[in-house]
Design a protein around this ligand. Structure first.
Ligand code: ADP
Ligand code: MG
Ligand code: MG
Length: 889
């Protein structure tokens, strides 16, 4: 026989907190509270397993359910000394739904069930309070009528409004017993009119009606939608709780309230909550009357705190608060009722909180000894830290919305509207805050994106160029705001009849995707002491190193400020877009002789050397991984006539020649074209120049500071061992030259990106010639799936929605496929070369789920954008602690 029903309360607790899958969160915690001696009205929980049985069996309950419910109900009757349906001393119950996770869309709670025309009289006599009895009865009909019988709840409200008008009173509480009695008559007529049947008088029929409504609500449209949006499987089902009523509406020594054991918005260790005297159920949150504070210390003038109104109940509640925190070791969200000065607990759960509160509580609870440091580290959601690392809009500031796009990169920014990267840069150079507004962005906009405070695009998704680059740079970004149009000709943004011209101010909220007209007040990120403390604790527990992807001195400084232990990816091509350099880059590409290229490269050398010198100085001896030139050359090509003319002039040729050369260089599929080490092999002088710049920069820093950097030179897009051999030889040759020229030798290593399936599969061979591997999981995802990230926006969202893919594989690593490649390469690489250093430098290096995977594979470090370094530090600690947990379990 299956056990479908679990009792709680009155010394018979069959459930426990860890049974939430079976009993739902509410039922499991009612049993738990009761078993630790807290005053919980007795009741029972019908398990969530009944849901599946009910739907599989044509909406019929398992045969033995009724018997088990009757037995449990009899126990409740015995415990409280009242009988269900008894005309003199009726037991009333509440029927409450409760799934494993709290889920809006489920049936609302029905209170005071068991009342009918007879029992209401019994209740009136027993309580010696007819007003209370009729108020309870009308509440019951109202709830049952709307929730179970589907009568529009406004129709009930109308009847009360009439009654109050007739009686000439404003507050519900001013109605007398007789006036409530009339309301009840009106309610019953309404129900009969609307449903064609009289209001059910039989308490058992009422009970099964309410139970059926809970199970029925599992499949209603609201609940189905909610589950789809939150990845909750339909087969979890919901439990149903039936519980003896206690009454907060029996007079002025009664109350009902909700509270948090600590302040859920700041995390402060203070009792936080509200109550209403002579009230029931959700009156507190319904806004009909103004709730009052719990503690005298926070009461404003005119307010009556529970501490004063009901000192005994308050004192008991304070005890409960500390008992619950000690027991659950976390902040609790509590619902309670006071009946005639006696406190009853009706619900407890771990309370929802802001990021700031979760940090503060984790740190303080560890200091109080409630939890240990490792547990504190586990308490804070790494992704949520993102919010603390960027400015936010002041929630109280007024604002005018222009439009909305995707929340592509968090943080808020205000600035003047500019429509080109060049203008962004020139105006920013004058000290103006600018917002770069583009239909979409491309690599040649990088300098403008860097100069801008924020980026707005009207096309593209979460993995569009704008979104990825903005996240990398820590710039707020709203992408794909399709409702806003960018008019380059007229230098204007327009949306819904509103227009913003170039030079006028807009504000972006990259966390919500909203765009506002004008400026909106902001709050600067407060990296408080608790934040630092938690990070220290995280660092103690993590195994993997955390580095940053950075190429500018500013990014490198940000990375260090946030605790990066080195640079995992310094993309040299980003250094080429600078206006001072791009001409030399273009000369190099356009020239079709080696000597022409060498001449152009010689002009770039001092710039690159200076770049590296700065970065090595900032990183002060920490490892710096520098990737040699990777992208297809055509990304640097001149586009419009003016640019072409400039290059032509500088080379003493004509624009037609330049155009022809540009056409020769164009590729059908640049992502799989002439890029990465293929460039270094075709044009050895490029990598030679870069290697020289690295060694000369490093030696300069060694001489200046006495602290020799250790460059890690990384060759991109290697698929064959021979490719690495050739390019490595180029680097080694330059090292010998520079060391001889300068009379100084430094340590360096040469390794490769693993970003092609062939490289992963043959990692043992490649490892022969590599000092380290760094997984370039952006390209690896593209090449393993055979999809282009620039085009994936058209179908990936559909794939995710249809469940073909669980998550966007560019955001969170596809463990099954791409992850398998990483695993194979790691194992083969290390088998061939023990202690081979392994890292990851794709976008995934800042994603907590991907970081957990990196821990499992045993990578040495993750590398992510500077602003995600704290996220990665915490996620790496959690991954290590989680893995330790798994081993001991
Ligand atoms: P929700 O899931 O929306 O929080 P609940 O099942 O917790 O719904 O019920 C809402 C409120 O109804 C509770 O906070 C409590 O005030 C009241 N309530 C529920 N059951 C009882 C009961 N047995 N006695 C008194 N009040 C109850
Ligand atoms: Mg509740
Ligand atoms: Mg790559």
């Amino acid at each position: 026989m299956t056990k479908w029903v679990y009792s709680f309360g009155a010394g018979n607790n069959e459930g426990r907190a860890d049974m939430r899958n079976l009993l739902g969160g509410k039922g499991a915690n009612l049993a738990e509270m009761s078993s630790i001696g807290l005053p919980v009205p007795p009741g029972f929980t019908i398990t969530a397993e009944v849901t599946a049985a009910f739907y599989e069996n044509d909406h019929k309950y398992p045969d033995d359910l009724k018997g088990q419910v009757d037995a449990a109900l009899a126990q409740v009757e015995k415990a409280v000394g009242l009988n269900f349906g008894d005309s003199a001393h009726p037991l009333l119950v509440s029927v409450r739904s409760g799934a494993r996770v709290s889920m809006p869309g489920m049936m609302d709670t029905v209170l005071n069930l068991g009342l009918n025309d007879t029992t209401v009289e019994g209740l009136a006599k027993a309580a010696n309070d007819p007003r209370f009895a009729w108020d309870s009865y009308r509440r019951f009909i109202q709830m049952y009528g709307s929730v179970v019988l589907g009568v529009d709840h406004h129709r009930f409200e109308e009847i009360i409004e009439h009654a109050k008008l007739d009686a000439g009173v404003i507050e519900d509480t001013a109605l007398t017993a007789d006036q409530w009695r009339e309301v009840v008559e009106g309610y019953k007529d309404l129900v009969e009119q609307e449903t064609g049947k009289p209001f059910p008088q039989d308490p058992h029929e009422q009970l099964w009606g309410a139970i059926g409504a809970v199970f029925g609500s599992w499949m209603n449209a609201r609940a189905v939608t909610y589950r789809r949006l939150h990845d909750i499987p339909a087969d979890w089902g919901t439990a149903v709780n039936v519980q003896a009523m206690v009454f907060g509406n029996m007079g002025n020594d009664c109350a009902t309230g909700v509270c948090f054991t600590r302040d859920p918005s700041t995390g402060e260790n203070m009792f936080y909550g509200e109550y209403l005297v002579n009230a029931q159920g959700e009156d507190v949150v319904a806004g009909i009357r103004t709730p009052q504070p719990l503690s005298a210390s926070v009461a404003k003038s005119g307010e009556i705190p529970l501490e004063k109104a009901m000192p005994a109940a308050y004192a008991e509640l304070m005890e409960v608060r500390s008992t619950l925190e000690k027991h659950y070791k976390d902040m609790q969200d509590i619902e309670f009722t006071v009946q005639q000065n006696k406190l009853y607990m009706l619900q407890t759960r771990n309370g929802k909180r802001t990021v700031a509160a979760s940090l503060r509580m984790a740190v303080e609870m560890a200091r109080e000894g409630l939890i240990d440091e490792a547990e504190a580290v586990m308490r804070v959601n790494p992704s949520s830290l993102d919010q603390l690392l960027h400015p936010m809009l002041d929630p109280t500031a007024s604002r005018t919305i222009l439009g909305k796009g995707l929340p592509a990169s968090p943080g808020a920014a205000s600035g003047i509207v500019v429509f080109s990267a060049d203008e962004a840069e020139s105006r920013a150079a004058k000290g103006e805050a600018v917002i770069l507004c583009r239909v979409e962005t491309s690599p040649e906009d990088i300098h403008g994106m860097h100069a801008a405070k924020g980026i707005l695009t009207t096309r593209g998704g979460m993995t569009s160029h704008a979104a990825v680059v903005a996240r990398g740079m820590g710039r707020p970004c709203v992408a794909g705001a399709g409702g806003i149009s960018v008019d380059y000709n007229n230098q204007m943004l327009s949306a819904g009849g509103k227009q913003v011209r170039a030079g006028e101010i807009v504000t972006l909220d990259g966390a919500t995707g909203e765009v506002f007209v004008g400026s909106v007040a902001m709050i600067e990120p407060a990296v408080s002491g608790d934040f630092g403390t938690l990070m220290e604790w995280a660092d103690k527990h993590r195994r993997m190193g955390v580095r940053a992807n950075a190429e500018t001195p500013l990014d490198a400084e940000t990375a260090r400020k946030f605790g990066a232990e080195g640079i995992g990816l310094c993309r040299t091509e980003h250094m080429f877009f600078d206006p001072e350099r791009i001409l030399a880059v273009r000369q190099m590409i356009i020239s079709n002789t080696e000597s022409g290229r060498r001449a152009a490269l010689a002009r770039l050398l001092p710039f690159q050397r200076e770049d590296f010198r700065q970065i090595f100085t900032i990183m002060a001896g920490l490892p710096v991984t520098i990737r040699l030139l990777d992208p297809p050359l055509h990304e640097f090509l001149p586009h419009h006539d003016q640019e072409m003319q400039e290059v032509a002039d500088s080379l003493g040729t004509d624009i037609a020649t330049i155009r022809l050369r540009a056409e020769e260089l164009s590729e059908a599929n640049p992502m799989l074209g002439h890029r990465g080490c293929r460039l270094g092999i075709a044009f050895p002088e490029i990598y030679e120049m870069q290697a020289r710049a690295i060694f000369e920069g490093a030696i300069a820093v060694a001489k200046e500071t006495g602290n020799a950097p250790h460059p890690e030179i990384m060759i991109p897009l290697v698929g064959m061992k021979r490719e690495l051999e050739i390019t490595r030889a180029q680097v080694d040759k330059i090292a010998v030259e520079v060391f001889a020229e300068t009379g100084t030798t430094i340590e360096y290593s040469v390794g490769t990106m693993i970003e092609l399936p062939r490289a992963a599969l043959l990692a043992d061979k490649i490892a022969d010639c590599a000092d380290f591997f760094s997984f370039g999981t952006n390209d690896l995802t593209q090449t393993v799936f055979g999809l282009s990230r620039d085009d994936a926006g058209k179908f990936l969202p559909h794939y995710v929605e249809a469940g073909i893919l669980a998550k966007d594989p560019f955001v969170s690593i596809d463990v099954e496929g791409v992850g398998e490649m990483v695993r194979i390469a790691s194992e083969k690489g290390r088998a061939a070369k023990g202690g081979l250093k392994l890292g990851i430098c794709g976008e995934h290096g800042g994603d907590p789920a991907s970081i957990a995977f990196c821990e499992q594979v045993g990578l040495d470090y993750v590398s992510c954008s500077p602003f995600r370094v704290p996220v990665a530090r915490l996620a790496a600690a959690q991954a290590a602690l989680g893995a330790a947990g798994d081993r001991t379990a």
